[in-house]
Design a protein around this ligand. Structure first.
Ligand SMILES: *[C@@H]1O[C@H](CO)[C@@H](O)[C@H](O)[C@H]1NC(C)=O
Ligand SMILES: *[C@@H]1O[C@H](CO)[C@@H](O)[C@H](O)[C@H]1NC(C)=O
Ligand SMILES: *[C@@H]1O[C@H](CO)[C@@H](O)[C@H](O)[C@H]1NC(C)=O
Ligand SMILES: *[C@@H]1O[C@H](CO)[C@@H](O)[C@H](O)[C@H]1NC(C)=O
Ligand SMILES: *[C@@H]1O[C@H](CO)[C@@H](O)[C@H](O)[C@H]1NC(C)=O
Length: 480
């Protein structure tokens, strides 16, 4: 789509969304007060969403909840969440919302059960195993399948699926939060962070901005303190150049291909593909990446028939945004997750269906990906706003990812021209260099040495330690 049209659409949607919130506000504040006075309990076992008999769940001492939250009654839109209270002292720990990207991919299928949740899908494809490095050691973790059409989330109005884009996603996620607080009132004023990876590099700042804007109205105030982003899509032009330079510097493409692309591609233009040399060069990059896992250059690809090895992702057009991601060490995890979440007993236990009229769960909805209607070309202007608002902003990057490589992130962040407050230096975990980090006025950037796109899959223990530093607002461990 032409950039100017996208821009116009974006501002139109933005105006619409403002109107939406004006009408949303009174409902939210009045019903919040109703709940606020009534439900002061710390246990929510009576809100109907407590998960009590999840098949093959390891025994744990914390509570977890799953189910739907209505985000738009008129159209019948409901978003599915899974919430794990912190392993210890949940009432003293912050609340963290985790989002995966795509667009169209599930935070339950990736974040919760392959990366940072307490129950990971087991590689025998039969059930779940306990994750000793779950982030709910440090925080109350909320995973949201967003927008409608992703995972179990749905709309009763099919035309909604044709309007999906960044704006609708942010607006529905915002409504979700307020309505979720009605179910969990003791979290209403809790210290709150938003975290995510990949295309959520767009979602997270966009949602943060919306929260800040709406926070001007005291009854809508959400105690947002910061954001945490992993291998995030940030600024399309810089992300593209980073992808190409990374492929060249990691011996995936030739000098000639790299030169051709550098000479002929204008990634800032609304349609770089009108230049034939550019198109040919980028096709060559994609051809090479088809042979390996672009999300993790040095690990194997999945050949099992259960996984979506019919991956249609490697096309130039669709690469304009984030296709599905592959697993970490076990590249077949996507297939195991699909098998597990389509079990009738699992859907019933998670309150996703009654166990008879099943939902069709897929880890990524490719149609959403293909039809995505509006995408902000760069969220750098939002970063500026969030920095001014003094939010804590940490960006990390697994340095073996070829899809949103460390170079893309460095090129994107460098356009902010932030003054350095602490120069580039290693950070450590278990006596080893876990990566490097640099602190800027208003932003911390860190790498994970030897990790692919979904960093916690590759470095679970390091990631938990890093997350813990983020929450404490302390630099990553800079001594052995
Ligand atoms: C519900 O969604 C529709 C379509 O996105 C929108 O026009 C309408 O204003 C929304 N209703 C409310 C109450 O937010
Ligand atoms: C969608 O429609 C079904 C069937 O009428 C209804 O049970 C369900 O509550 C609706 N969902 C939403 C979010 O409105
Ligand atoms: C589990 O994690 C905790 C906290 O990170 C750590 O202290 C413990 O040693 C880990 N246990 C195993 C078996 O890895
Ligand atoms: C794209 O355009 C912006 C704004 O003019 C500029 O700051 C940036 O450097 C450009 N990026 C590339 C990769 O050309
Ligand atoms: C489930 O969804 C997938 C992908 O959208 C589709 O190919 C498949 O036919 C659907 N299965 C059923 C039983 O509806």
């Amino acid at each position: 789509m032409d950039n100017t049209i996208v821009l116009k659409l974006t501002s139109l949607l933005y105006t619409l969304s403002l109107l939406l919130f004006l009408s949303f506000k009174p409902i939210a504040s009045s019903s919040r007060h109703r709940q606020w006075n009534g439900g002061r309990k710390l246990s929510f076992g009576d809100n109907g969403d407590l998960v009590t008999n999840l098949p093959s769940q390891p025994h744990v001492d914390f509570q977890h909840y799953a189910g739907y939250v209505m985000v738009n009654e008129t159209n019948g839109r409901a978003l599915f969440y899974w919430f794990y209270e912190a392993m210890t002292n949940p009432q003293e720990k912050p609340l963290v919302l985790w989002l995966n990207g795509g667009p169209g991919c599930s935070s339950v299928g990736y974040g919760a059960t392959q990366e940072i949740g307490p129950f990971l899908v087991d590689s025998d494809g039969q059930g779940l195993k306990f994750n000793n490095f779950s982030w709910n050691r440090e925080a109350n973790m909320l995973f949201l399948e967003s927008p409608v059409g992703v995972g179990f989330s749905y709309s009763n109005t099919t035309s909604d699926y044709e309007q999906l884009g960044d704006d609708l996603t942010a607006n529905d996620a915002y409504s979700f939060l307020h309505n979720w607080f009605l179910k969990f009132p003791s979290y209403r004023t809790r210290t709150f962070y938003i975290a995510g990876e990949s295309y959520a590099g767009k979602y997270v700042p966009e949602l943060a901005e919306l929260i800040l804007d709406r926070n001007n109205e005291p009854s809508l105030h959400i105690n947002l303190k910061g954001i945490l982003l992993g291998n995030p899509e940030t600024s399309d032009a810089e992300d593209w150049i980073g992808l190409v330079d990374y492929a060249w510097s990691h011996a995936v493409i030739s000098d000639e291909t790299h030169k051709t692309i550098r000479r002929s591609c204008d990634f800032n233009s609304s349609d770089p593909w009108t230049n034939e040399d550019c198109t040919k060069g980028v096709d060559e990059v994609l051809k090479q990446y088809k042979e390996i896992d672009i999300y993790s250059l040095y690990t194997s690809v999945c050949f099992a028939s259960t996984a979506s090895s019919n991956d249609q992702s490697m096309q130039r057009r669709s690469l304009r945004m984030m296709p599905r991601i592959m697993g970490g060490y076990d590249p077949c995890l996507d297939g195991y997750a699909k098998a597990y979440y389509n079990r009738p007993d699992v859907q019933k236990a998670l309150h996703a269906s009654d166990g008879h009229n099943l939902k069709n769960w897929t880890i990524c909805n490719n149609k959403i990906f293909d039809d995505w209607a509006d995408s902000m070309p760069s969220v750098i202007p939002i970063y500026k706003k969030l920095i001014t608002a003094k939010l804590r902003i940490w960006v990390y990057s697994g340095d073996t990812d070829g899809r949103v490589p460390v170079l893309s992130t460095r090129y994107s962040l460098s356009t902010l021209s932030l003054p350095v407050t602490k120069p580039w230096s290693p950070w450590y975990h278990e006596n080893q260099v876990s990566g490097w980090y640099e602190e800027y006025e208003g932003l911390t950037f860190a790498t994970f040495r030897g990790a692919g796109h979904a960093v916690p899959c590759f470095k679970p223990s390091n990631s938990l330690a890093f997350f813990s530093s983020f929450l404490r607002g302390e630099s990553p461990p800079s001594k052995k």
